[in-house]
Ligand binder design. Structure first.
Ligand code: 6PG
Ligand code: NI
Length: 188
């Protein structure tokens, strides 16, 4: 029995995919992720939505593909721009493709040894996430940053090590400029 093909239209303004599973990540879901804990506690009183994901997912089977949009809202915790939690794939060798649709931001990637890369993203940018690299997106602009991700259906998400240690770099607003700097809390 063949699966049925389908097409869906992404709303390029809002990032919404009709019929997709919606996941909401609020600031309260991200305790411990931001460097400035005082700023985190202060902003927690409002508990803003940091990002939403609209995912069309298949059963976890080798060879099949999932896709999802992410709507990453503008904002900062202290100097640090809003970001997604970030993860390795549970099957660590699974690669991924991102395609930026709206807004401005970038991707932080990192090997298990802590070697980091920053790839700036604007509408039209495609990012190749190689096997084994953790990945986190960051909104460095003033409007929602919207992008599409396409990934193997059996990739899964491994949040553990990023939740504990973060990335070796952080992305901050330094007097109106986007700066990629060493994470003061990073240790290998
Ligand atoms: C994936 C993609 C992507 C990602 C979202 C939210 O593997 O599914 O990388 O859809 O999950 O942008 O980011 P987090 O999963 O890190 O919260
Ligand atoms: Ni991924």
């Amino acid at each position: 029995e063949y699966k049925r093909p389908f097409g869906v239209k992404i709303d390029l303004e809002t990032g919404v995919i009709p019929g997709a599973k919606r996941i909401v990540r609020k600031l309260s879901d991200m305790r411990g992720y931001f460097v400035d804990e005082e700023a985190y506690e202060k902003l927690l009183r409002e508990d803003p939505v940091v990002y939403e994901v609209y995912a069309i997912e298949q059963e976890e089977r080798e060879g099949d593909l999932n896709f999802a949009t992410t709507v990453l809202y503008p904002g900062k915790v202290g100097k640090e721009f809003f970001f997604t939690k970030g993860h390795y794939h549970a099957k660590a060798d699974r690669a991924e493709i991102y395609y930026a649709l709206k807004g401005k931001g970038g991707m932080l990637l990192q090997t298990p040894e802590g070697e980091a890369e920053w790839i700036p993203m604007e509408p039209g940018t495609v990012v190749y996430v190689p096997p084994y690299w953790a990945h986190r997106t960051v909104n460095t602009g003033g409007e929602p940053f919207v992008f599409l991700a396409i990934y193997p259906a059996d990739a899964g998400h491994d949040y553990g090590s990023i939740k504990e240690k973060g990335f070796s770099k952080i992305v901050i607003d330094e007097g109106g400029e986007v700066k990629i700097v060493d994470n003061p809390r990073w240790s290998v």
